[in-house]
Write a protein that binds this ligand. Structure first.
Ligand SMILES: Nc1nc2c(ncn2[C@@H]2O[C@H](COP(=O)(O)OP(=O)(O)O)[C@@H](O)[C@H]2O)c(=O)[nH]1
Ligand SMILES: [Mg+2]
Length: 211
C-alpha cells in the first residue's frame, strides 16, 4: 500500500488535437468537457501545465513557433480537453497581434458550450495587468467559472507569499475570490490546482447553456 495521497488528476494519455488561430477558424469538433488555461506571457502557464500533466511532449507543442498565438487543444485521457490560451501582454508583441488576442479569446469564452471553467494564472510578484482585467470582465459576462492561481511563490518567504496572495485576492475585487499559491519549482499547490480542476470537470453542466 502506498502512503502517498491519491493524485486527484491522474493523466494516462494526452493527444494534441490542433490549434485555433482566428475567430471562426477550425477547432476540434469534439465536445467533451473543456478547461482552459489563461495568463499573461511568462506567467508560468506552461510550467503549471507541465506540473499537472507531467508529459514532456505536451510542453513541446506549446513552445512550437506559430502555436504560441493560437488556442491549442489537448485531449486528456480521451475524456476531457485542456485548452492552452495564448499568453497576453507581451511587450514585444505587435499591435496587430494584440488586437487579435481579445476577439479570439472572447469568442472562445462565449462560444464554447462545453467549457467547464478556466484556470486563470497570475504571477505572484506582479499586480493585475489591463489584460488580466479584460479577462475578468469576460469571465463575469459569460459566467464561466474560474480557478485562480498565483505562480512563483517560491520567490518569496512564506509570509511575503501569503501577503501577495491576499493582495491579488483584493485586486480581483470579489469577496469569494480564492487564489491558490503555486510553485512549479517546489510543486507547492499542484494537488490543490489538480483537485479544483477535477471538481470543475465533475460538476454537472449548468442548466444555462445560453452563453
Ligand atoms: N521560480 C519559479 N520560476 C518559474 C515558475 N514557473 C515558471 N517559472 C519560470 O518563469 C519563466 C516562464 O515560464 P513559462 O512556464 O514558460 O511561462 P509561460 O510563458 O506563461 O508559459 C521560465 O523561466 C520559468 O522557468 C515557478 O513556479 N517558480
Ligand atoms: Mg508557455
Amino acid at each position: 500500500m502506498s502512503s502517498e495521497r491519491a493524485d486527484p488528476l491522474v493523466i494516462r494519455g494526452i493527444e494534441f488535437l490542433g490549434g485555433l488561430a482566428s475567430v471562426g477558424g477550425w477547432r476540434p469538433e469534439i465536445t467533451v468537457p473543456e478547461v482552459a488555461f489563461a495568463g499573461r506571457s511568462n506567467v508560468g502557464k506552461s510550467s503549471l501545465l507541465n506540473a499537472l500533466v507531467r508529459r514532456k511532449a505536451f510542453a513541446r507543442v506549446s513552445r512550437t513557433p506559430g502555436r504560441t498565438r493560437e488556442i491549442n487543444f489537448f485531449l486528456v485521457n480521451g475524456a476531457f480537453v485542456f485548452t492552452d490560451l495564448p499568453g497576453y501582454g507581451y511587450a514585444r508583441v505587435s499591435k496587430t497581434q494584440r488586437a487579435e488576442w481579445e476577439p479570439l479569446i472572447e469568442s472562445y469564452l462565449r462560444g464554447t458550450r462545453q467549457l467547464r471553467g478556466i484556470v486563470q494564472i497570475y504571477d505572484s510578484r506582479r499586480d493585475l495587468s489591463p489584460e488580466d482585467r479584460t479577462m475578468l470582465g469576460f469571465l463575469a459576462e459569460t459566467g464561466v467559472p474560474a480557478i485562480f492561481v498565483a505562480t512563483k511563490v517560491d520567490k518569496f518567504t512564506k509570509r511575503t507569499a501569503a501577503e501577495r496572495i491576499v493582495e491579488i485576492e483584493r485586486q480581483l475585487g470579489f469577496e469569494e475570490a480564492e487564489v491558490i499559491p503555486f510553485s512549479a519549482t517546489t510543486g507547492e499547490g499542484r494537488d490543490e490546482v489538480a483537485s479544483a480542476i477535477d471538481q470543475l470537470l465533475s460538476e454537472p453542466v449548468s442548466a444555462d447553456e445560453t452563453r
